[in-house]
Design a protein around this ligand. Structure first.
Ligand SMILES: [Ca+2]
Ligand SMILES: [Ca+2]
Length: 590
């Protein structure tokens, strides 16, 4: 049994649900009342995604329901109450389609079914229905750049040069016998061209050999993929996360990519031992992508309230802005990795990037994301090994109290640690097998969700497909639920603050103390409503911080504390905020 200490009744009920002590329907009325006040429901229903909280589930690793060691749809359905209480508005499911699993689902062999490892279409329908009861929307991953080489389209395409589906993929002659058409490389290492002896041509694969690229210049390909989107929207799916969307097109002249040079003018060599190439404009980010994004938006618009999220790794805000469409007629939410992947605790960099998202994307909604299934978890990219909990608290504060749609990755909320394999024979991700030992692959951020301190962390009764990290005894939902100062409860409170305070949900972002090198501070404002101010200490030393409100219209320095680092004192005024190492203060100006 848990000991709760002195907590509000509301919090007790919520915690009990999280712990699975009572079921959701018993509490439905209280949730409904809470939902009434939420800004998301005040906005027009079709704009539900603005200010929403989106949770990425890697289905293989979330919850196993049948003891085969692999997470599945029924497992996800059994954890919806947890997500409801956490405050999640939508779930993005990494791919669950039939797949040979060469790239764990990002190699799809049938776009309109469910992989038997994850369940059935009936299981999927039940997941959608149960999620809907809890006002949680399902967003599917959609992989449009390539299929599996086991997809019937590719099998037909590869069968002969005259097959009607030959032109559905990117086939080219070699430059000479044994020489590929050009120097393009796979993002997963080595040449992007695979020779097919049967038809004496090469096919192009931006990713694995088993992931041939579709030819997006072919209108039949476009129609097939758009119909697939309709298929899932009819089943109640609320939109798509478009995998690798900037890579749809390649240079029509097949020109070589340029080699990146190091400081001495020598070719730069990457982790796979290949020369690093400049992909921009050749196999990445071609202008024609925007034509497809516009067409997709039209397809999406056939169903109200549906959204397009983009996997858009851009190096500048202009490309990000362009992805929304010149007339805001492309992606609703291209991911802004420029904030989340700064990967060092530099307040100036955070200030610059957050402000760009606020001021340079035509007033559109930014989508901030700090973590996903392709990158080491937060501890590995931002932690110092000493204050990881405090740093993760701070990062989550930036995520949930900025003006954005907030996307986070399963396990972030309990502080799961990156746990890469230590021996090559244990590596499941082919990226790690190709790149070992420099590149250990992505297994380390895909370990099973840690639910309990019990056997296999409550993930499975069988043998988990990836080992459970040793941290699970303390880093798990059940343990953290009963600790008021845990990261899990910090997440829950932040999300609750965002749901209940319209200024935190949608107010404009105004950066404060803009030359401070140690503290990142900003204000959230809506005319006529109390301003909310936030300060995050980006250093391992305590800071005495004074908010500089000169960039705002505020005249008072009196504030009510909304949230603060556990154990720290309420400040007497905004001139004297004592921030512990990596500490956080959120106040409402009076
Ligand atoms: Ca299973
Ligand atoms: Ca492509």
């Amino acid at each position: 049994m848990f000991t709760f200490g002195k907590r509000s009744a509301k919090f007790l009920i919520a915690l009990s649900i999280v712990a699975g002590l009572i079921s959701y329907p018993a509490h439905a009325q209280a949730q409904k009342a809470a939902a009434k006040a939420s800004p998301a429901t005040q906005a027009s229903a079709n704009d539900w995604w603005k200010g929403a909280v989106v949770y990425e589930i890697y289905p293989r690793s979330f919850q196993d329901s049948n003891g085969d060691g692999i997470g599945d749809l029924n497992g996800i359905t059994s954890r919806l109450d947890y997500l409801k209480v956490l405050g999640v508005d939508a779930i993005w499911l990494s791919p669950i389609y039939p797949s040979p699993q060469v790239d764990f689902g990002y190699d799809i062999s049938d776009y309109e079914n469910i992989d038997p490892a994850y369940g059935t279409l009936a299981d999927f329908d039940r997941l959608v229905a149960e999620a809907k009861k809890r006002d949680i929307k399902i967003v599917m991953d959609m992989v449009m750049n390539h299929t599996s080489d086991k997809h019937k389209w590719f099998i037909e395409s590869a069968s002969s040069k005259t097959n009607p589906k030959r032109d559905w993929y990117v086939w080219k002659d070699g430059k000479a016998p044994g020489v590929p058409p050009n120097n393009w490389q796979s993002d997963f290492g080595h040449s992007a061209w695979q020779f097919d002896p049967k038809t004496n041509q090469y096919y192009y694969h931006k990713f694995y050999i088993q992931q041939p690229d579709l030819n997006w210049d072919n209108p039949q390909v476009r129609k097939a993929m758009y119909d697939t989107c309709r298929f899932w929207m009819k089943r109640g799916v609320y939109g798509f996360r478009l995998d690798a969307i900037p890579t749809l097109f390649e240079d029509p002249q097949d020109r070589d990519e340029q080699v990146v040079k190091d400081a001495n003018g020598n070719p730069k060599i990457n982790a796979y031992g290949d020369q690093e190439l400049i992909t921009e404009g050749m196999t990445d980010n071609l202008p024609k992508v925007h034509d497809v994004e516009k067409e997709l938006r039209q397809v999406i618009n056939e169903f109200p309230g549906r959204i397009l999220i983009g996997e858009t790794y851009f190096s500048n805000v202009a490309d990000l802005r362009r992805s929304y469409g010149i007339k805001n007629d492309e992606l609703h939410l291209p991911m802004d990795f420029q904030v989340g992947m700064i990967n060092k605790l530099d307040p100036a960099a955070f200030r610059l990037r957050i402000n760009e998202a606020e001021t340079q994307i035509n007033g559109n909604e930014p989508l901030f994301v700090f973590d996903n299934h392709d990158n080491p978890r937060l501890d590995a990219r931002y932690g110092d090994g000493v204050h990881d909990l405090e740093i993760e608290r701070m990062i989550s504060t930036v995520l949930f109290t900025s003006r954005d749609t907030a996307l986070f990755y399963y396990g972030d909320e309990i502080g799961m640690k990156t746990t890469p394999p230590t021996r090559i024979e244990d590596v499941k991700d082919p990226v790690g097998r190709t790149g070992w030992p420099k590149e250990k692959g992505r297994d380390g951020e895909r370990t099973p969700m840690q639910w309990t301190p019990g056997p296999n962390a409550g993930f499975t009764t069988g043998t988990p497909w990836l080992p459970i990290p040793p941290t699970y005894k303390t880093v798990n939902v059940e343990t953290e639920v009963s600790d008021y100062d845990s990261l899990l409860n910090w997440y829950k409170q932040l999300i609750e603050l965002r749901r209940n305070n319209p200024v935190v949900a949608t107010g404009k972002n105004v950066m404060l103390n803009t030359s401070d090198t140690k503290v990142l501070a900003w204000a959230r404002q809506i005319d006529g409503q109390p301003t909310v101010v936030i300060a995050c200490n980006f250093t391992a030393e305590p800071q005495k911080f004074a908010f500089d409100l000169s960039g705002t219209n505020l005249t008072t320095k009196q504030a009510k504390t909304l949230m603060k680092t556990p154990g720290s004192a309420d400040p007497a005024s905004l001139d004297e905020v004592n921030l512990p190492p990596f500490g956080v203060y959120i106040g409402q100006v009076q």
